[in-house]
Design a binder for this molecule. Structure first.
Ligand code: MG
Length: 382
């Protein structure tokens, strides 16, 4: 029986991953959450994992008491997580942590030779070179969970990478599709948190509304599939039925379609290269709305334009893009800055750091991340 660990088990991807594990009869190995111990306790009782990890120390102490009647060990802190990902007795680690925090656990897991299924795109955006080099060195495939990348990964099966002409990433366009810059003034978080097609965590839902998510996915695709930015396109597809496409040199375009349900890419990451029945709703082509395609509006949604520019600049610029965005979204969710300030934070950060051309260690990446966050806070006198 496959042993699956889930980092970020109480989040949207985490809970859906547990759903997939239950239906597929996989054994849950390690569960890790930050501090939602109410849900983590229920999950631990239901799935009897080998261990649970709570990164918040106070929450861990509380969960230890709540689970005292079981024999499930409760570990606390980020170091316990870094140690757990190196345990050789797990078959795959789903990394659905939020933000650049996911970088070190991915690196440690790969170093130990453990397979990682990646839902944490910030890992590849900030430290793509390190992570992909490490995977190559260990002869491991990084299996994507992000729906667009799972689609591309599926369209690449059985084909040759060197015959790929272009990757085409689809974007829903988010809740503010068609709006002008002026209409984005004064957007409140309640409005930005309403995604038309996908139900996801708060950070990624805001990212989808600003199109920063698509920029992160653009960079993620560069690293996952070893593609230069010139060979990646973004197309707005409002219905989220086509999850992404691959164009080959002969002009053939392969697409992956399906109802928008994250349990499909999660399950594929766990069963690849095999498939198995899924609880997700089947796609009915006859009841689909007409499928439409638009050019993304990068003049309004400048996060996408800036993210692609960061991708082309390379080095630490994607890390700066990601850190500025993460910090700004956090401040927006705390009602400390306005919606358009997210765009401003990203843009200003990329022009502020003029000498961020390359990096060689995780420490370089995390130092740049920290410096960028401080710069963003200083922009708004926070
Ligand atoms: Mg996605």
């Amino acid at each position: 029986m496959k042993q699956v660990s889930i980092l970020g088990c109480t989040g949207s991807i985490g809970t859906q991953s547990l759903d997939v594990c239950e239906k597929a009869n996989y054994q849950v190995h390690t569960l890790c959450a930050h501090r939602n111990i109410t849900l983590l306790e229920q999950q631990a009782r239901k799935f009897s994992p080998k261990r649970v990890i709570v990164t918040d120390e106070a929450a861990a102490a509380q969960l230890k008491i709540s689970l005292a009647d079981t024999n499930i060990p409760v570990l606390s802190g980020f170091d316990a997580l870094l140690e757990a990902v190196q345990d050789p007795s797990q078959d795959v680690i789903i990394n659905s942590l939020m933000g650049v925090l996911g970088l070190l656990p991915t690196v440690k897991a790969l170093e130990a030779g453990n397979m990682v299924a990646l839902a944490n795109k910030e890992t590849l955006v900030a430290g793509g070179k390190l992570v992909t080099n490490l995977a190559k060195e260990k002869n491991m495939t990084l299996v994507p969970i992000d729906s667009e990348h799972s689609a591309i990964f599926q369209c690449l099966q059985g084909n040759h990478r060197e015959q790929v002409e272009k990757l085409i990433i689809t974007a829903s366009g988010g809740p503010f599709f068609g709006k002008t810059r002026e209409e984005l003034v004064g957007i409140k978080k309640e409005q930005a948190l309403k995604h038309p097609n996908w139900s996801m965590g708060a950070k990624i839902t805001i990212d989808s509304s600003t199109l920063a998510n698509k920029a992160l996915e653009f960079i993620e695709a560069m690293w996952l599939f070893d593609m230069p930015p010139e060979q990646i396109d973004v197309v707005v597809h409002r219905q989220s039925i086509i999850h992404s496409l691959v164009e080959y040199v002969d002009g053939s375009v392969m697409a992956q379609l399906g109802a928008p349900d994250m349990r499909v890419p999660i399950q594929y990451a766990l069963t690849w290269p095999e498939r198995m029945p899924s609880p997700a709703k089947k796609l009915n082509l006859l009841s689909c709305q007409p499928l439409t395609f638009h050019k993304p509006d990068m003049e309004t949604f400048t996060c996408l334009k800036d993210g692609i520019a960061a991708a082309k600049m390379g080095g630490l610029y994607p890390c700066i893009f990601n850190a500025a965005n993460e910090q700004a979204v956090e401040l927006f969710l705390q009602d400390k800055i306005a919606y358009l300030d997210i765009f401003k934070a990203v843009h200003e950060s990329l022009s502020h750091f003029t000498n961020a051309s390359d990096y060689s260690t995780v420490e370089d990446v995390l130092a740049q991340d920290k410096e960028t966050r401080a710069f963003v806070r200083s922009l708004f006198a926070l």
